[in-house]
Structures are given as structure tokens and as C-alpha cells.
Design a binder for this molecule. Structure first.
Ligand SMILES: [Zn+2]
Length: 443
């Protein structure tokens, strides 16, 4: 901008000098032309400057209700720097709207979001209004017990009593070693955005179709190596289940242990804490995983096509859900309730909410009074792990196919997954997997 001001001053001074000597008509004409040219250049400069600032400020915008993808365009504050008078009336585009995140998945399989028109000067905004409703699959755990009682703090208390092995804590780095002595090697966000700590090295996320298992611990959980080892085995067990049933299975990246930035109630957004997305445990976890470099996106339309992220979330209680995105990638997440049940029947370690802060459900009682007596707690936990992953590959419940029978629900992990491991896949399930880019290995 200073350059342009300098030129303008120069012209002004030149004009004054000439005037003192007396100026001719031709000189006035030439000066006028020069003035118009310079004014045009300045206008162009201001325009380019505004476009640039719009891009560079977009990422640092910390709006709570707007996804990063939506921030890339049409930020209202930045836009207002452009003088209104110079704006033409243009047709609206989808980025004339600013949309919040989709809310929780309703019982009818829909989730909604609000979209606000941020460019109020374009024409026909309703023609390009983004979708505010989309279908979703949410497995309401595996039971519908609605008693409300918060869980205890048993897990944390018990774990605090774990004896410490001799270890001198230093800053955790990506080197395959437990530097900070928390019992886990390479835990936390060690490599920055777009990279993962794999086998002790920071590496770019794999570009090929792969499944990334994640074990997510909020700050009020102590990541315990015994549990981590158990889950690593179970991820592989499910991978083998798909191989045995389908003949072809998926490639799995090394499971990653993620230390969350917040306690579990923050992810549930219990008291509308600062920074959390209202009432959306999944979205809060997804946003943080994205910031830690994992291949996930809040915006469904830009979710990586070649990744399925497969999360076990501690503090997630009875949460269970999975979906395939329009791009072909997928995300599934299972809370800890079924995992504790499956591992050793330790329902007492379940702390938390079932689905949402408004509808806390005592999943701990469900675990104790329903899952354990059924003798199928393994299927309620590990079967659910495989079931939610199935949704991420695009498989529906059996009623998503025509002509299925009650018996079909027994015979697929996509139905009554609590039968696992004594269940399989329907032919229709296999037909879907045959079309999946993720299914390409036979061992
Ligand atoms: Zn399901």
C-alpha cells in the first residue's frame, strides 16, 4: 500500500511544480490519463490485498460453529474490508452460506445443522443453500435402558495405584520409547499435522486405502498398556474375522494411541465448555484427531476417500456409531463400555454418559445387568467394534437390504453383533465389500 501512496504523492508534487510554471491543456489531459491509470492500479491492488488477507486469515479463525472447510471461503469479517459500493450483485454460491456442524444422529437416522446466509448481497441464495439434513447411522449402544446415573471414578482411582516402574521422565518424542514414563511409547501428538508417528518415525500418512485404528484416551483416563495391548489384538482379530468370512480383508495401519487434550466430559460438552462443539462427542473427537494429523474431516464432502479411521474412545461410554462418507472414506467409533465388558467384565470402570448430556444413560447398569448375564459381553464389545467398522465400509443393518429375514440378523455381524464370534456376513454384505477399495489383501 505504501508504494501506491508514494506514487500518488509524487504525482501531486509533479502537478504542483508544473502549475507554478503554468500548464497547458495537453499537460492537463496527459495528467488526467495518468491519474486514471494509477487509480485503476491502486484499486486492483486493494482488491488483491483483500483476497490475500481473506485466505491467510481463514485458518486462524476460531469460530465454534463453522468447519475449517467452510472457513476457507467467505469469512464475514474479512469480507467487510472490501468497500461495499464496489461490489457487483452476483449469484450466490454454496459458500455464501456458513453452516454449523451436523448435530447428533437422531433415532430416525438423521442429523441436522444450521446454515446462515453470510453473503446477504448475492442473488438467489436459496438455490444454493447447502443441505441441512443428512442421513446417519448411530447404534444406540446395544440396549435402550434409560436409567440415569453417572458412573463412578473407579477407573482413575484404581489406575492411580499402579506402581511406577523406574523411569526418568523426559519429553515424549517419536522414537519408539516411552520417554515420559506414562507406560506408552510414542503417545500424543508428536509429529504435527499430516504426519503420524509410525514405528518410531514421523511419516506422512499413508496415501493408500488403509484402516487407521486409534485408541483415544481423554486426560482423565490413564492410558494403560494392558488395555492398549488388548485392543491391538482385537483390531487384528476383527481384521481376521473379515478375512475368514469374506476371503479378502483390509490393510491396517499400526494402531495409534492418542492422548486427548481434554477430559472426557469436555468431549461430551457437558457444561458447554469453551471450544467444544455442543452435544457432539464424535465431532469433538474428530476435530482433535484432525488437528493431530489423522486422516479425518468434519466436513463429509472432503473426508479422505482412502482412509477409514477406526476409533475406540475412552470416556465414550455406550457411544457406538460408524458411517461411510460420500467420498468413500469412513469413520467408526466405539465407546469404552463394551470394551470393559468384553475384556474382563469390568463394568465398574465405565464412567460415563451413554449418548448425550441431556440423555445420560446408565450404561454401567446395562453392562452389569444385561450384558454380563447374557454371557455375550464379548460380542457386545468386540462384536460392536467389528460392526461399527462395517458401517464405515458401507454395510447397513440387514434391514437395509430388501427381503431379509429375522434369521439374517443372527447371521451377520451387521445385525446382532453380540453373537460374535458366532456370526458372519450375509452375501449382500460381501457384495458391498467386493466393491470396496479397502478390501484387497488375503492374509
Ligand atoms: Zn449398526
Amino acid at each position: 500500500m505504501k508504494i501506491f501512496t508514494g506514487i500518488a504523492k509524487g504525482i501531486l508534487e509533479h502537478y504542483r511544480t508544473k502549475r507554478n510554471r503554468g500548464i497547458t491543456g495537453i499537460q492537463i489531459l496527459l495528467l488526467s490519463i495518468l491519474f486514471i491509470v494509477v487509480a485503476s492500479i491502486m484499486f486492483l491492488g486493494v482488491l488483491l490485498f483483500n483476497l490475500y488477507s481473506q485466505k491467510s486469515t481463514a485458518e486462524s479463525e476460531g469460530g465454534l460453529e463453522v468447519t475449517p472447510a467452510q472457513l476457507n471461503v467467505n469469512d464475514k469479517d474479512v469480507k467487510s474490508e472490501t468497500p461495499k459500493k464496489e461490489k457487483e450483485i452476483l449469484s450466490c454460491t454454496s459458500s455464501s452460506w456458513s453452516c454449523g456442524l451436523f448435530g447428533k444422529c437422531s433415532g430416525s437416522g438423521q442429523q441436522i445443522r444450521d446454515c446462515i446466509l453470510i453473503d446477504t448481497e448475492c442473488s438467489n441464495p436459496d438455490l444454493v443453500k447447502p443441505e441441512t439434513v443428512q442421513i446417519c447411522i448411530l447404534d444406540i449402544g446395544t440396549d435402550d435402558d434409560k436409567n440415569s446415573r453417572r458412573g463412578s471414578r473407579e477407573m482413575k482411582e484404581n489406575d492411580n495405584q499402579q506402581e511406577q516402574v523406574t523411569c526418568t521422565p523426559t519429553t515424549e518424542i517419536c522414537d519408539g520409547i516411552d520417554n515420559d514414563c506414562n507406560g506408552l511409547a510414542d503417545n500424543g501428538d508428536l509429529c504435527g499435522v499430516g504426519q503420524l508417528c509410525l514405528n518410531g518415525n514421523c511419516e506422512a500418512a499413508d496415501p493408500n486405502y488403509k484402516v487407521q485404528p486409534v485408541i483415544f484416551f481423554p486426560t482423565d483416563y490413564i492410558a494403560d498398556q494392558d488395555m492398549v495391548n488388548y485392543l491391538k489384538e482385537k483390531f487384528e482379530e476383527i481384521r481376521q474375522f473379515y478375512l475368514n468370512e469374506n476371503g479378502v480383508t483390509f490393510t491396517m495401519l499400526r494402531p495409534q494411541v492418542v492422548s486427548g487434550n481434554n477430559d472426557h466430559e469436555w468431549y461430551w460438552c457437558v457444561n458447554q465448555q469453551q471450544g467444544c462443539i455442543t452435544d457432539n462427542f464424535e465431532a469433538n473427537v474428530i476435530r482433535e484427531l484432525k488437528n493431530k494429523g489423522f486422516p479425518v474431516e468434519e466436513d463429509w464432502n472432503i473426508y479422505p476417500a482412502d482412509k477409514v479411521t477406526w476409533v475406540v474412545a475412552f470416556g465414550g461410554g455406550g457411544y457406538a456409531g460408524g458411517r461411510q462418507y460420500p467420498t468413500g472414506g469412513g469413520f467408526s467409533m466405539l465407546g469404552d463400555a463394551g470394551i470393559y465388558a468384553a475384556k474382563d467384565g469390568s463394568c465398574g470402570k465405565i464412567l460415563d454418559y451413554y449418548y448425550s448430556p441431556e440423555e445420560p444413560n446408565n450404561i454401567k447398569d446395562v453392562c452389569q445387568n444385561t450384558w454380563l448375564p447374557s454371557g455375550k459381553e464379548y460380542g457386545f464389545g468386540i462384536g460392536a467394534l467389528g460392526h461399527e467398522l462395517g458401517h464405515a465400509f458401507g454395510m447397513p443393518h440387514p434391514d437395509g437390504y430388501s427381503g431379509t429375514t429375522p434369521q439374517d440378523w443372527e447371521e451377520t455381524i451387521m445385525g446382532n453383533h453380540w453373537n460374535y464370534p458366532n456370526t458372519g456376513l450375509l452375501q449382500q454384505d460381501k457384495d458391498i465389500l467386493a466393491q470396496s477399495a479397502f478390501f484387497n489383501v488375503i492374509s
